[in-house]
Design a protein around this ligand. Structure first.
Ligand SMILES: O=C(O)CCC(=O)C(=O)O
Ligand SMILES: [Fe+2]
Length: 349
């Protein structure tokens, strides 16, 4: 068994960014965000401005969606190929790999890892104008209002991500030109909203390592906003010690998870966070035979797939030389997702 997480991920309050606060208050919040987030690429955020009622409704929608009979959910199936990364994926369909796994470039390793299935079911959607990542919707009568609600949530989370981006940019003292480059890089087009359900599983199958909730990995977004219910289980790796830290759930708290793209663009100033979903100790310690189900809503704030991710000059200094080559964003995500779905094709986004 993997060792249990102990320390706790810190939390910052960003309300000065989401209300009309003066410059000094915003600057102090940006510095606090950097202080907490830069060591490991993760931080809890309150005061993010996403309305409480919207989040409550989002989790109700997720529960209704995953409660549908399988034959209904399969009316919007994720394709066999990895693109479009849209629609419904049944438990065990998708598999997460770490960046190190992917860099080994070994299909035998991928096959071996696939023997431990990731037990979650998901539904993905994104910008309706994306002509490559086209949405796959359930028929309206199967879940009335789902499409409209999901698009409302998508754009509200995009808006929240944009204000977090402003905070991150302020924390790095970027030039106006660099800020404009980053704003242009994130128009919403390649972003993705996911509903995720981790069904209740037997602790025995976890002990026997027959299945996983979600193994350790990094995201290839710029950053991900992670909303979770109160079941717990999200954990981030301490970049210094390698131990995992608990992302303790709380009402209206999101976890900011820096992805590979923001790491590349900031030349490693913000590292991408290694994270996983484990079964909380509380569920195991009681000797329970089954763990309780968990719901989460990740929002992947990703750069436009057709653009280039280039390290910012402000983040390159004599002490901190260039670490990453410019890369086309769709090339990077194609590489990182090549084993995510079993019958993946090498089509680019
Ligand atoms: O469910 C969660 O809290 C984490 C999900 C996640 O890491 C992912 O979908 O990439
Ligand atoms: Fe992730």
């Amino acid at each position: 068994m993997e060792s249990p997480a102990t320390d706790v991920v810190p939390t910052v309050d960003l309300s000065s960014f989401t209300t009309d606060s003066h410059f000094a208050a915003r600057k102090a919040a940006a510095q606090e965000l950097a202080r907490c987030c830069r060591p490991h690429g993760c931080v809890g955020i309150i005061g993010h401005g996403v309305p409480h009622e919207l989040l409550v409704e989002a989790f109700e929608v997720a529960e209704t969606l995953f409660d549908l009979p399988m034959e209904d959910k399969m009316k919007a199936p994720h394709p066999q190929a990895r693109i479009p990364h849209r629609g419904y994926s049944a438990p065990g369909r998708e598999k997460a790999f770490s960046r190190d796994d992917i860099l080994t470039n070994s299909e035998a390793m991928a096959r071996a890892k696939r023997r431990i299935r990731d037990i979650h079911e998901t539904y993905e959607c994104g910008d309706e104008s994306n002509s490559v990542q086209t949405n796959i919707w359930l028929p309206e009568d199967v879940l009335p209002g789902f499409r409209d609600f999901s698009m409302k949530l998508f754009w509200r989370l995009h808006h929240c991500s944009r204000s977090i981006l402003e905070t991150l940019m302020m924390s790095l003292d970027l030039t106006e030109e660099e800020c404009n480059y980053l704003r242009k890089l994130h128009p919403g087009y390649s972003e993705q909203l996911r509903y995720a359900h981790y069904p209740s599983v037997s602790t025995e199958s976890l002990d026997r390592e027959e299945l996983n909730r979600l193994p350790a990995h990094t995201d290839w977004s710029s950053f991900t906003l992670l909303f979770q219910d109160d079941a717990g289980g999200l954990e981030f790796r301490n970049a210094q010690s390698g131990a995992f830290m608990l992302a303790i759930p709380a009402v209206d708290k999101l976890y900011l998870n820096i992805g590979d793209m923001f790491m590349r663009i900031t030349n490693g100033m913000y590292p991408s966070a290694t994270h996983r979903v484990a079964v909380p100790q509380s569920a195991m310690a009681k000797g329970a035979e089954v763990t309780r189900a968990r719901y989460s809503i990740p929002f992947f704030f990703s750069p436009h797939a057709d653009m280039m991710a280039t390290p910012l000059q402000t983040c390159v200094t004599d002490d901190h030389p260039v670490k990453f080559k410019p890369i086309k964003i769709s090339d990077y995500s194609a590489e990182m997702s090549k084993w995510q779905y079993e019958k993946s094709e090498s089509k680019n986004e």
